[in-house]
Design a protein around this ligand. Structure first.
Ligand SMILES: Cc1ncc(COP(=O)(O)O)c(C=O)c1O
Length: 476
């Protein structure tokens, strides 16, 4: 069965695609990138040339030339009766370097596991006979782990009872569950832009109308826009990352938290605080809680946490802290999606809580090494890029000074460095002037990646007419 993408959906996904000349190659690059990011699945029928031309305000011959370029590079095939169909990975990377062992994959920002993890797993495994004697999974979370998570919040000044906690298989499934339960078709949902793309996808899949509130590395959250959006659109939910926001690395100042909390309370908006990256402080590791000003028994503030970045993504342990009534609604809706969290992983997670101070120290050291190596390499090789100073989190949100992120990412991919372009983090197609560079990979890989990027940048700049590459001062 073929799926289809409408001209309207493709236009929205492409966003500010027109970053270089000729236009047909820029359009083809935009579609290539959507395929590489899996935002257009293999075996999807693209819109008819005439429809896409009308939606984009282009001549039909420009779209025909873009489709021709995609055919030539093996990204699409023309199928009689079905039009232009995207090809599965591998075939569509004809003439390109496909992901392999030599490539450096910076599309995900996942630090390697905390080195003590294997020992903790081995110790917990000695109790495996008692775990396998039970069903082995549960929809709410084990009492032991829920109590530990609740205690951890309480220790950070957010008094928490285990009835406010449910354990999930990672933060992503927590976000997906929240979106499915609290958001209806057409409901306005506020997200930061740039944001964590899989959260945006989860809310979009629930039928939400996504509304962006800008966050910049220099100025933080756009509070004027935020207050307007809350009062005018009365969003059902706002999804925010208050500490070491992914990808900007920004942390909300107390006054930003206060303004957003007040606006959300007035609008009756559920505030979903994703704290997956909150423990990843580099320059200081005290894990202070954001939004401690919200009442501990708030019915509308939800917090999402995870051990994914703090310990290891492979553990798949996350959680939700919410009002017990909201927890009951989430628990009731969960089995249709998945039956629960494995108990073995929960037992490992529970054992890990005793090691948290050491884990935070180790994470901070690893992330510091990555951040400093990446920052030094960027300043040596590509000094014109605007590199923010970032106190924690997983990535640098780098300003390129020109809207060339997609072209650069495609070019770097040819040379084995895999990245996601700025627009992937946007909810409306913007951010062509930015690139997310995770610093979670080993330092030597980061340095090699910057060397490749520097060469790719020179070429992309060289191919770009001046009007597409004006200096950063011109950025609005
Ligand atoms: C902000 C944010 N939230 C959630 C997730 C998903 O986390 P998990 O691995 O726990 O599902 C990630 C992972 O990249 C993330 O960066």
């Amino acid at each position: 069965m073929l799926s289809r993408i409408s001209a309207r959906a493709l236009t929205a996904a492409l966003g500010g695609w027109r970053t270089r000349e000729p236009a047909y190659e820029a359009l083809a690059d935009g579609i290539r990138l959507l395929c590489l990011d899996n935002r257009i699945a293999p075996r999807t029928a693209l819109p008819a040339e005439r429809e896409l031309a009308a939606a984009l305000g282009l001549s039909r011959s420009t779209v025909a030339a873009a489709y021709g370029s995609l055919r030539a590079s093996g990204h699409i095939e023309s199928v009689r009766g079905s039009g232009s169909i995207t090809m599965p990975l591998g075939r569509r990377d004809v003439g390109r370097v496909t992901p392999d062992t030599d490539s450096i994959d910076l599309q995900q920002a996942s630090p390697a596991a905390w080195p003590g993890l294997a020992g903790v797993i081995a110790a917990v495994a000695s109790d495996a006979p008692s775990i396998v004697a039970r069903s082995g999974y549960d929809v709410l979370g084990t009492p032991a782990l829920r109590a530990l998570i609740a205690d951890d919040y309480s220790a950070r000044g957010i008094a928490t009872d285990p009835s406010q906690i449910m354990v999930t298989t990672g933060a992503q499934s927590a976000i997906h569950l929240i979106a499915g339960v609290l958001v209806g078709r057409g409901d306005p949902v506020v997200l930061e832009t740039p944001t964590y793309p899989h959260a945006a996808d989860a809310f979009a899949a629930a039928g939400a109308r996504l509304i962006g509130v800008p966050v910049t590395t220099q100025d933080g959250w756009d509070l004027d826009r935020a207050t307007q959006v809350f009062s005018r659109s009365l969003p059902v939910l706002a999804y925010l990352m208050p500490r070491f926001q992914n990808p900007t690395g920004r942390t909300m100042r107390p006054e930003e938290q206060q303004t957003i909390l007040t606006a959300a309370e007035r609008a009756g908006t559920f505030l979903v605080l994703d704290e997956t990256t909150a423990d990843l402080g580099i320059d200081q590791t005290s894990a202070e809680a954001s939004f401690a000003i919200a009442p501990a028994s708030s019915r509308t503030v939800l917090r999402v946490g995870s051990l994914g970045k703090t310990v290891w993504g492979g553990l798949r342990i996350g959680w939700i802290r919410a009002d017990p009534d909201v927890i009951r609604r989430l628990v009731a809706a969960r089995p249709a999606r998945e039956l629960g969290t494995p108990e073995l992983e929960q037992a490992i997670a529970a054992a890990l809580f005793a090691h948290m101070p050491a884990i935070r120290e180790q994470r901070s050291a690893v992330l510091r090494e990555g951040r400093d190596a990446l920052t030094a390499a960027l300043s040596a090789h590509i000094p014109e890029w605007q590199v923010p100073s970032t106190a924690g989190g997983v990535a640098l949100w780098v300003g390129l000074g020109a809207p060339l992120s997609s072209s650069l990412v495609l070019r770097a991919r040819n040379e084995g460095v895999l990245l996601s372009a700025g627009p992937r983090f946007s909810i409306d197609g913007g951010h062509e002037r930015h690139l997310r560079l995770p610093f979670t990979a080993p330092a030597d890989q980061l340095v090699r990646a910057v060397e490749v990027l520097s060469r790719a940048w020179d070429r992309v700049r060289g191919e770009t007419p001046a009007q597409f590459g004006e200096p950063l001062e011109a950025v609005v």
